[in-house]
Design a protein around this ligand. Structure first.
Ligand SMILES: Nc1ncnc2c1ncn2[C@@H]1O[C@H](COP(=O)(O)OP(=O)(O)OP(=O)(O)O)[C@@H](O)[C@H]1O
Ligand SMILES: [Mg+2]
Length: 356
């Protein structure tokens, strides 16, 4: 195991800034998730760490050792690729045991460890097949088994569960979390599934357009998004981001004609004039129309999601979501008031960054 440090790492493809001068420090044993929309540079970052792609500039260190220009085989890294990359001429058992075989582990020990990890990932009935005889989700679990069977210094995962159905996905996620607690291999895990990133990672790195938007614990990222990109990306549905005009002298927030609220707390520095007000749907509550301290809202749609309901409303010309914990849809009139939990609200400036 080892720490991992990326310094000013850059890889452009022509005019595409796939990875644009990123800095990242991963501690020994930490599990880090790279999270971001398609094309934001996650795979390119991972390929540079693995040594499969050379950066234009910048440095990669594993432990104290610079590895930027070392070939992949000299980095002691295990990787699960987005496209599996199994050896087609080997059986599943041979594929999974391969990292041990090249390290001269005895055949009987290989067999035992292959059986153990295969059982955990529910592929033990497939061990004698070849990759071409497997479904996508089965191939994916074989690739995952091969990556975790030996304790590399660093394990890199590129969307390793993307082809599994939701039940298998949850089981494989629990297996990875358990493995991480037992073995604690330094890991970089690429996903665009935020629930997966939240569930697995010690640290989440949110990327967009080749840049890092925020690094923090799952709780930080969810509770205090540093900018509007992260606020609008994390959460399902994400944070409500409402155009708002602030009069700092009177602490009045205006969301449109006849849509004003009195702010009860200190306003952050710079919260004046045009800003964006952010609040998560769970902190928007529905009240009778006209109740003091509420904004007038018009019901748009209600969705029942199992243990909770999602209510979407128009406030002036802005759409706002409210999340209610309820096992049935509430009976609501068309016109209601909404109250915002002011302690849970954020202000974002015109540059998109959170005002503090
Ligand atoms: N070999 C290449 N040549 C040219 N452009 C590339 C190459 N590899 C990646 N890109 C571009 O670089 C950007 C980042 O790609 P990358 O594969 O890192 O994204 P990603 O975050 O992994 O996306 P996804 O979630 O879709 O897998 C994209 O715009 C992609 O089209
Ligand atoms: Mg990718």
């Amino acid at each position: 195991m080892a720490s991992l440090n990326l310094t000013q790492l850059r890889r452009h493809f022509g005019t595409v800034k796939a990875v644009d001068n990123i800095d990242l420090a991963v501690n020994d044993g930490q599990f880090v998730a790279l999270l971001g929309p398609s094309g934001c540079g996650k795979t390119t970052t991972l390929r540079m760490i693995a040594g499969l792609e050379l950066p234009d500039s910048g440095e990669i260190k594993i432990g104290e050792k610079p590895v930027t220009h070392l070939p992949p085989r000299d980095r002691n890294i295990a990787m699960v690729f987005q496209d599996y990359a199994l050896y087609p001429h080997m059986t599943v058992a041979e594929n999974v045991g391969y990292p041990l075989k090249v390290r001269n582990v005895q055949a009987v020990d290989i067999r035992a460890r292959v059986n153990n990890v295969a059982e955990q990932l529910q592929i033990n009935h497939l061990l004698e097949r070849r990759p071409s005889q497997l479904s996508g989700g089965q191939q994916q679990r074989v690739a995952l088994a091969r990556a975790v069977i030996h304790k590399a210094q660093i394990t890199l995962y590129d969307e390793p569960l993307s082809n599994l159905d939701s039940k298998l996905r949850l089981e494989a996620r629990a297996f990875l979390k358990h493995l991480q607690r037992e073995v604690g291999v330094t890991s970089v895990y690429v996903t665009h599934d935020q629930a997966e990133a939240m569930a697995l990672a010690d640290l989440i790195v949110v990327m967009n357009d080749g840049k890092i938007m925020q690094v923090g614990s799952p709780k930080d990222i969810y509770q205090t998004p540093a900018n509007m990109f992260v606020a609008g990306f994390i959460g399902s549905p994400p944070m409500n981001l409402m155009a708002c005009t602030v009069d700092a002298a009177t602490r009045t927030l205006r969301f449109g004609d006849n849509l004003a609220l009195q702010w009860q707390h200190d306003l952050p520095q710079g919260a004046h004039g045009q800003v964006t007000f952010g609040i998560r749907p769970e902190y928007v509550s529905i009240r009778p129309a006209g109740e003091p301290g509420t904004l007038d809202a018009k019901l748009y749609v209600m969705q029942m999601l199992g243990s909770e309901s999602l209510i979407m409303l128009h406030v002036g010309n802005q759409l706002v979501s409210a999340r209610l914990i309820a096992d049935d849809l509430p009976e609501l009139p068309e016109r209601v008031g909404i109250a915002l939990d002011q302690k849970r609200g954020f202000f974002y400036g015109t540059d998109g960054n959170r005002l503090i």
